[in-house]
Design a protein. Structure first.
Length: 320
């Protein structure tokens, strides 16, 4: 009797386990959250600000300035403001370095887009005197220098960086706002995914953080060097065949003759410029996608989320 009861208990346990396993297998997996922008992509990106207000506070010294000229995370620096200017312990500032008015070569907008400003890092005030304060660098995007300016730091929500499973490389235009990539962080000109760029669309164009844009260029453009790809191979020549077997005078590299019915093998051939000149409009070449993270009046900062090939400054963008 005991043996039968044990067998029944084991059978029930096996059946219960199979039922639980089946239920678990049928439970749909919760979708994974889209990736978020990293801190370095949020606080180290930079921006192009139109007519910025003058900045009063700057870094004027460092604890170890007798032997150092550059500062990084963990270092203590001095700023030219204290209790008399309303500074308080715990206050955080962004360290910025304006580079001057930016007028790109690619944009269709008239005038300059704004002042290109690098974001160098962040610091936190640890001690306040009357006219000077001590601050510690809590994040450094690159080396901090004396004279770098300060602006109030504020929390920036991490933008979602969703990307389509596959890039629609031949999608039709959306006929929404269009602009161009006018600059990239660190002066890069050939770009890939997860890199920061600046586009000539901003608040005046209705752009908002989180907007997604397609990156594209006309077919046949984007080469680093510019040259005309002339045809240099003749259509026919005695050099293409042997003297004995006479395989044919034709070149496998040359374009076709213009009219095979009226010209011989040495007749004039068509040319690539001629073919391109009479073809119908071709689909644009889509090379990537980006997400806007920071919007200013005439320009915005964005992160490239995916690419089909390298992206270059000057590529076009269009709101999806």
């Amino acid at each position: 009797m005991k043996t039968k009861n044990l067998i029944r208990v084991h059978l029930l346990a096996v059946v219960f386990g199979l039922v639980c396993l089946n239920a678990h297998a049928q439970t749909p997996a919760s979708p994974s959250a889209p990736p978020k922008a990293k801190e370095t992509e949020l606080y180290c990106a930079g921006f192009i600000e139109y007519a910025p207000a003058p900045y009063r506070f700057e870094i004027v010294g460092g604890e170890e300035e007798q032997e150092r000229r550059v500062y990084a995370q963990g270092d203590f620096v001095y700023i030219n403001a204290g209790a008399n200017q309303g500074i308080r312990p715990g206050q955080e500032f962004s360290v910025i370095r304006p580079r001057g008015q930016f007028r790109p070569a690619f944009t269709r907008k008239k005038g300059w887009l704004g002042v290109y400003t690098q974001e160098i890092g962040r610091l936190r005030v640890v001690e306040v005197k009357d006219r000077v304060s001590v601050a510690q660098v809590v994040q450094s995007c690159e080396t901090i220098l004396l004279g770098d300016l300060l602006r109030a730091s504020y929390p920036r929500p991490a933008a979602s960086l969703p990307a389509e499973p596959t890039l629609a490389r031949f999608a039709d235009p959306s006929n929404k706002q269009r602009g161009r990539i006018v600059l990239a962080r660190d002066g890069r000109e050939m770009l890939s995914a997860n890199q920061v760029v600046f586009i000539d669309l901003g608040e005046e164009d209705g752009l908002r953080p989180g907007d997604r844009l397609i990156i594209y260029r006309p077919v046949g453009t984007g080469n680093v060097t510019r040259f005309r790809d002339d045809e240099v191979t003749v259509a026919a020549s005695g050099g293409f065949e042997s003297h004995r077997f006479r395989g044919g005078k034709f070149s496998n590299q040359a374009l076709r003759v213009k009219d095979g019915n009226t010209t011989g093998v040495y007749g004039p051939t068509v040319s690539v410029p001629e073919i391109k000149g009479r073809r119908p409009p071709l689909p644009r070449k889509i090379v990537g996608e980006l997400v806007v993270t920071n919007v200013q009046r005439r320009a915005s900062t964005a992160i490239i989320t995916q690419t089909a090939q390298e992206v270059i400054t000057g590529d076009y963008v269009e709101v999806k």
